[in-house]
Every structure is written in structure tokens, then in C-alpha cells.
Design a protein around this ligand. Structure first.
Ligand code: CO
Length: 138
């Protein structure tokens, strides 16, 4: 497997709108996407562009949102995951499984419209890690 670029850093927030204001007014971000719902993942998402990477703001969507527990522990929000691109999601899944890393669920379509999966933080040095197929595909 060839590790690709860091695509985004996921940041959980209790309020996407408040976080957008923070990135615009305090951080000076100029390019902020439109927030959108990702019901399959139980989150509302908004991407903030930086020159080399994106920040993915994620707000809970629905009662079963996987980030609710995170926000209970971190009421202000905080860094939630990092996401790396790979050329081929199936190859990457087999690679990580072959190394004993726990893949959380089957690959599914992520916020960029390409397949993604998450790796258990206990197998990733404590970092919840998202693997995403590059938009250019395999
Ligand atoms: Co993400």
C-alpha cells in the first residue's frame, strides 16, 4: 500500500456554525464550504480549506451519532481524527487487516464521495484514522 496525502483533520464541534465563525474570523480562513448532512455517518459536515489540507468540522446528526460520546467527554469539541488518502480502498483494507489493525465496519462513501473506512485508535497509536480513496481513484 502507498500512503497518500493527508486529506483532512476531523474536528468535532457542538456547533458547526460557531466553528465556521471561528475559522473565518479568528483563523482567517477564506474558503469555507457549505455544511451538509451525512446521515449514513450520523454527522453534519463542513470543510474549511487551507493551502495544503482541509479541516473537516463534524457536528452530531441524530441521537445515535458516533461523535456524541466524544462531545460528552470534550464539550468544547476537539481534534477527532486524521484522514489519509490511498489509491485503492480495497487494497488498503487488506493491507491494514493483514497487519492486525482493526477496520471499523465496511468501506462506505465518505464526505468527499469516495469510499472510506476508519481504523481503531488502539491500533493506530491512539489516533482515530480515516482512510479514504483518492478522488482520482485506483
Ligand atoms: Co473525516
Amino acid at each position: 500500500m502507498k500512503l497518500g496525502r493527508l486529506n483532512h483533520v476531523g474536528v468535532a464541534t457542538p456547533s458547526i456554525n460557531a466553528s465556521i465563525a471561528h475559522y473565518r474570523l479568528t483563523m482567517g480562513a477564506e474558503v469555507v464550504g457549505e455544511p451538509f448532512d451525512l446521515p449514513a455517518q450520523g454527522v453534519r459536515v463542513c470543510f474549511v480549506d487551507t493551502p495544503n489540507c482541509q479541516i473537516e468540522l463534524i457536528e452530531p446528526l441524530g441521537d445515535a451519532s458516533p461523535i456524541r460520546a466524544f462531545l460528552e467527554k470534550n464539550p468544547l469539541g476537539g481534534q477527532h481524527h486524521v484522514c489519509f488518502e490511498v489509491p485503492d480502498i480495497r487494497e488498503a483494507k487488506a493491507w491494514f487487516e493483514g497487519r492486525g489493525c482493526r477496520v471499523l465496519g465496511e468501506p462506505r462513501i465518505g464526505a468527499h464521495g469516495t469510499p472510506i473506512f476508519f481504523l481503531h485508535p488502539k491500533d493506530m497509536g491512539g489516533v482515530l484514522t480515516e482512510i479514504m480513496e483518492s478522488p482520482s481513484g485506483p
